[in-house]
Design a protein around this ligand. Structure first.
Ligand code: 3MF
Ligand code: MG
Length: 344
């Protein structure tokens, strides 16, 4: 009854602080410079979009893409870093404006499928069997513009194509209820797991839960994690925090609601998360008002908070808690947790 926790993040988590309402606030940092910071920040694995691994891949031949991926694998090996997953970025190209797999334009759907298959090849070249699908634009602003039943079938067809393309690849769906779309078709982990059941090999389809995405769906992230754990489908996490229902903030883990963060750490630890090699991903961004130079602290701070909350959880008097639960003295249990979080 204890997890094993090793940490990962993606290069996008060291960011320029851009938002739609102003200039970028920090200079961009080149990829090799980012890679060089992982170990010092306490991280051992890298999460990739396909074009983080191979920039401008749409303008390269498949051979050239795989060659670059192989070179990156050597760099990772030399740096002692593990590639955790590859995620096809299906939201930046003009052909993905109306969605990737659920676009109303057949040639755009073909682009999304081909790019996803290429992401599988990149994952193989890097040496990871995990693909993450954040289904960014698979949704709509106008109900009448798409058919929600057909959309689910189209996503299943795309997942099936990836599963058929490679016999070992596993696909973790990262649900999110909104942004950039008004509503998406796979908003929660229940939807993701349900979608997996419709595919040709449900055993190779699971989920990645991001704290902020669950909060945006009006749900408690630790309960979403419990749901996935009960299905053996929690294959990665994107821990962060979120201040209410607005755009996806990717705040440092625990920075808004420490108890909500505590309960995520606790459910992961109680149910042996990580013992099978799954990573703890931190999908956090530095504050927009943060000056450059210290704009990586959100990563090491989030990890530190995770480990501190793990200490809190492991030092609780479990037999006292069990007794309070048996007595149905939930007020006392509530206070016990608050005091533990207050360090009293
Ligand atoms: C979007 C996200 C993304 C995805 C990542 C992997 C920036 O809300 O959380 O992180 O996790 O792009 O596909
Ligand atoms: Mg994420």
């Amino acid at each position: 009854m204890a997890g094993t926790f090793r940490f990962s993040f993606g290069p996008w988590n060291i960011s320029q602080g851009a938002d739609p309402f102003g200039p970028t606030v920090r200079d961009s940092i080149a990829f090799p410079e980012k890679l060089a910071q992982y170990k010092a920040l306490g991280f051992d694995a890298v999460q990739f979009h396909d074009d983080d691994a191979v920039p401008n891949l749409d303008s390269l031949s498949s051979d050239a893409v795989l060659k670059q991926a192989a070179a990156l694998k050597t760099t990772l090996d030399d740096s002692g870093l593990t590639p955790e997953f590859v995620a096809p970025r299906l939201w930046e190209d003009p052909r993905t404006i109306d969605g990737g797999y659920t676009s109303n334009d057949a040639s755009c759907r073909a682009y999304a499928r081909d790019r996803s298959l290429q992401a599988v090849d990149i994952a193989n070249a890097l040496g990871t069997d995990l693909i993450v699908l954040w289904l960014a634009r698979e949704g709509t602003y106008v109900r009448e513009a798409k058919d929600s039943k057909r959309a689910v079938e189209q996503i299943v067809e795309a997942v099936d194509a990836m599963l058929a393309h490679d016999k070992n690849i596993r696909i973790a769906i990262e649900p999110k209820p909104n942004e950039p779309m008004d509503h998406t078709y796979i908003p929660t982990i229940g939807h993701a797991i349900g979608l997996g059941l419709l595919t040709s090999d449900p055993s190779r389809v699971g989920g990645l839960i991001e704290s902020a995405h669950a909060i945006l769906a009006g749900l408690d992230p630790s309960d979403e994690m419990g749901y996935a754990l009960a299905h053996n489908k929690l294959w990665s996490v994107h821990l962060n925090d979120q201040n209410g229902l607005k755009f996806d903030q990717d705040k440092a883990f625990g920075s808004v609601d420490l108890r909500r963060a505590f309960n995520q750490v606790r459910i992961l630890d109680k149910h042996d998360y990580g013992n099978d090699g799954a990573w703890v991903g931190l999908d956090v961004k530095a504050m927009r008002t943060q000056k450059a130079g210290v704009a990586t602290k959100h990563l090491s701070n989030s990890r530190e908070v995770f480990l501190a909350l793990l200490d809190v959880s492991r030092s609780l008097d479990e037999s006292k808690m069990d007794a309070l639960i048996t007595e149905r003295d939930y007020e006392e249990l509530d206070l016990l947790i608050m005091k533990a979080l207050l360090g009293r």
